[in-house]
Ligand binder design. Structure first.
Ligand code: PRX
Length: 632
């Protein structure tokens, strides 16, 4: 038996012993007694009764041994700022931030919504929440007012932390107006809005509600805030993610299980060690940012790089310049970003000394073979694909390098990570499928530590959404198709639901449809994700208008399309903007009125549309083909 198989088998057969050992990777205030409470499946409560604190483990714990070593390295090619915070400095800033939150009345268990660009204060805010036991909910800065309002209403934050603006390709992206609109739209009102002023955009403060962080920080200059010792299952954060419905799900994470899972993943998957440097190019608004910009590296005593900028400014060597300058040891990015680099001069990959780098991890979407080869050969380093979700918080499938140097197979993220009992099931019968057959990727419970505890405020939705979708089984569905080869390697074949993945951003087509439907001229709309060479997928909309005269000629169609795209931009944000809106007289549906999204998608991608016996009006397919301009 290989070391990997033994490790994986033990994690499933003796989960208590296995995770008790892993729990020693972090510090507990009151020790771990029980490892798992699975008495109320599918809920899993890890390390019940033991108490700990994420901020303590990320910062305070390292002070005796590495107070003066770098903890947070900030690089912004947008504003030309570079600044390194040692663990001691990070400790000071997080204490100040925590004291500011306390002064604003934030209590343990209160929610704090963080709507921030990639600046150190965003990380201070998250760690400050963790320190006082407040639950942060970071909303990606690329989302606009409607998306933000939905999340405000669901999380009901006492305080919102934001900034005047982000910056993209040298242009300020103002946040404050969007935030004000969102608060206006929402039914729930936060007590305070804490604003970081970067001096990039005007920032009007609402009297009584809005406060300037710089002023509050000065008041708390020497404040020290004790860590709140949380029971392992108390929530650390909520992170909203898209699903099948138009309403995003608040993925709720615990405290102790998450800390253990991340610390274990640093050791067994990423091979990152204390004193080393981790560089994830993600954004704090996504799960990769939570786990592998903020918590994972710091828990391990590593320095983490917070990067604001694109991969190609000032030129396509910027990441590698950062690797050289800060002696980056472990790097994490997404296939999309690599495909962007592929359009640049390959010599840029060799301009800098990359000798410190051990491996480049890529996740978030399928890693195509040509891209994997190109980057791996270009930088001369192993490229490690890994597959996971917002829900799981850390890799489900990878080649865990810290356990055994398993060979990589391009096109496959690898084998199930320890703790995950991954299986494939037939979508209609629920029968387990064997090797080389396509099935829904599912996990037999209990989910390992670090995975979502529930959907915020909605246990019932957690159970019905994730645990009742494979017929006749109570297993966790990933909503991804997969196939396993004879060596036990998995290949991920795309989503089974209406979630699309645009440039690594997970979006719900229903949310986009709801936004488009709010245009008064639109009667009906279908949004599908179709394959795109650069972004993985792009969203395409097919709309039926109320008054056909409004799209009678090309100029009218262009105007209507422009209006719709602007609407999506303003409601959801540019990330959700479809690449095209096509106008059709009717949409393909089943006789019972269900939209045939997969059929539309197949036509757009030039694939066989499959079984069409249930279609209500076959001419609707012709409409789609025609709208695409006769393109396949
Ligand atoms: O469809 C899978 C795809 O991204 C989804 C999860 O996206 P998100 O919640 O944003 O979490 C990203 C965490 C890295 C999955 O359901 N996905 C993620 N990683 C891979 C992937 N598809 C193929 N290969 C991957 N390595």
């Amino acid at each position: 038996m290989s070391r990997y198989s033994e490790f994986h088998a033990r994690s499933l057969q003796q989960p208590e012993a296995f995770w008790r050992e892993q729990s020693e990777l972090i510090e507990w205030k009151s020790p771990v007694d029980r490892v798992l409470d699975a008495s109320r499946p599918p809920f899993a409560r890890w390390f019940p009764g033991a108490s700990t604190n994420l901020c303590y483990n990320a910062i305070d714990r390292h002070l005796p041994s590495r107070a003066d070593q770098p903890a947070l390295i900030y690089v912004s090619t947008e504003t030309g700022t570079e600044k390194t915070y040692s663990f001691a400095e990070l400790h000071r800033e997080v204490n100040r931030f925590a004291a500011v939150l306390l002064a604003l009345g934030v209590l343990r268990g209160d929610r704090v919504l963080v709507y921030m660009p990639m600046i150190p204060e965003a990380v201070f805010a998250m760690l400050a929440c963790a320190r006082i036991g407040a639950i942060h909910s970071v909303v990606f800065g690329g989302f606009a007012s409607h998306s933000l309002a939905t999340r405000i209403d669901d999380a009901r934050p006492k305080v919102i932390v934001s900034a005047d603006a982000g910056s993209r390709s040298g242009k300020a992206v103002p946040y404050k107006m969007l935030l004000d609109q969102a608060i206006e739209l929402a039914s729930f009102a936060p007590e305070h809005v804490l604003m970081v002023n970067r001096g990039l955009a005007p920032m009007a403060l609402a009297p009584g509600r809005d406060v300037d962080f710089a002023v509050e920080r000065r008041k708390q200059w020497d404040s020290k805030v004790e860590c709140a010792w949380l029971e392992s299952n108390e929530p650390s954060y909520i992170l909203y993610t898209s699903g099948t419905t138009g309403r995003p799900k608040g993925v709720q994470r615990d405290t102790g299980g998450y800390a253990v899972a991340l610390a274990a993943s640093m050791k067994h998957v990423f091979g990152g060690e204390a004193g080393e440097t981790y560089f994830s190019t993600s954004d704090i608004g996504w799960v990769v940012g939570h786990s592998y910009i903020v918590y994972g590296p710091l828990l391990a005593g590593m320095a983490t790089i917070v990067y604001e900028g694109t991969p190609i400014r000032p030129d396509g060597a910027i990441w590698w310049r950062i690797v050289e300058q800060y002696r980056v040891n472990v790097m994490f990015s997404a296939p999309t970003a690599i495909r962007v680099l592929k359009k640049q001069d390959p010599a840029l990959l060799r301009r800098h000394d990359l000798s410190s780098l051990k491996a480049l991890f890529l996740a978030g979407e399928p890693l195509d073979e040509p891209t994997a080869h190109w980057i791996s050969e270009g930088i001369g380093k192993p490229v490690v694909d890994n597959y996971w979700q917002t829900e799981t918080g850390w890799p489900i499938i990878a080649t865990p390098r810290g356990v055994e140097a398993l060979p990589a197979k391009f096109g496959s993220p690898g084998v199930p990570c320890y703790g995950y009992d991954v299986r494939l099931f037939d979508e209609t019968t629920g029968a387990e499928v064997g090797s080389n057959a396509k099935g829904v990727v599912a996990i037999v419970g209990p989910l390992p530590p670090g995975c979502m505890s529930t959907i915020w405020g909605d246990d019932e939705r957690f159970v019905s959404t994730y645990w009742h979708s494979v017929p006749g089984r109570s297993v966790y569905s990933t909503f991804d198709w997969g196939i396993r080869d004879n060596d036990g390697y998995y290949f991920i074949l795309g989503r089974t639901d209406d979630v699309i993945n645009v440039a690594g951003h997970r979006l719900g087509t229903r949310e986009i449809e709801e936004s488009i439907s709010s245009h008064p001229g639109v009667a009906e709309v279908a949004v599908v994700g179709i394959a795109d060479a650069l972004k993985g997928q792009v969203a395409i909309a097919f709309a039926v208008v109320r008054n056909p005269a409004e799209v009678a000629d090309p100029a009218a169609r262009a105007q209507m399309e422009g209006e719709i795209l602007k609407l999506v931009d303003s409601q959801l944000g540019a990330v959700a903007r479809p690449s095209r809106v096509h106008f059709v007289a009717g949409l393909p549906k089943t006789r019972s009125g269900k939209l045939l999204r997969r059929t539309i998608q197949a036509i757009c991608e030039g694939r066989d549309a499959g079984d069409l016996t249930t279609i209500e009006d076959p001419t609707a397919l012709e409409q789609v083909r025609l709208a695409l301009g006769g393109r396949p």
